[in-house]
Ligand binder design. Structure first.
Ligand SMILES: [Zn+2]
Length: 103
C-alpha cells in the first residue's frame, strides 16, 4: 500500500520538522540565554522573553552584548565590572581577578 506508506512518511517528516522548530525556536535560545545570564550575573528571568521564539533570540543577543556584572561586597547590589564605584552605596569596587578585562 504505497498511499499508507506515503502518509506515514508525511507524518514522520512533519514530526521531525516540528522538533526542529521547537529546538531552534525555544530550547536553543533559552539554553544559551540562561548560560550567558548565569555567567554574567544577570537574572535568568530575562529568558522569559523566550516564550516568543524571536524574543528568546533577542534576549540572548541582548544578554550577550552586556558587560558582565559583579556583586558589590558592601551592599550586595549587582554592578557592571567596569564600574569603579558602586552606584547604590558609592563604595569602591575592587577589580575582580577572575573576570577578563574588557576592551
Ligand atoms: Zn554597593
Amino acid at each position: 500500500m504505497p498511499e499508507a506508506a506515503a502518509a506515514v512518511l508525511a507524518v514522520v517528516l512533519g514530526l521531525i520538522a516540528l522538533a526542529v522548530v521547537v529546538f531552534v525556536g525555544w530550547i536553543l535560545p533559552i539554553t544559551l540565554g540562561l548560560r550567558v545570564a548565569r555567567r554574567k550575573n544577570y537574572s535568568p528571568a530575562w529568558m522569559l522573553f523566550g516564550i516568543h521564539p524571536v524574543g528568546g533570540w533577542v534576549a540572548y543577543i541582548a544578554l550577550s552584548c552586556q558587560v558582565p556584572r559583579v556583586q558589590c561586597p558592601t551592599c550586595g547590589g549587582f554592578v557592571k565590572v567596569n564600574f569603579r564605584l558602586c552606584p547604590y552605596c558609592h563604595n569602591e569596587i575592587k577589580p575582580v581577578a577572575n573576570v577578563r578585562q574588557m576592551g
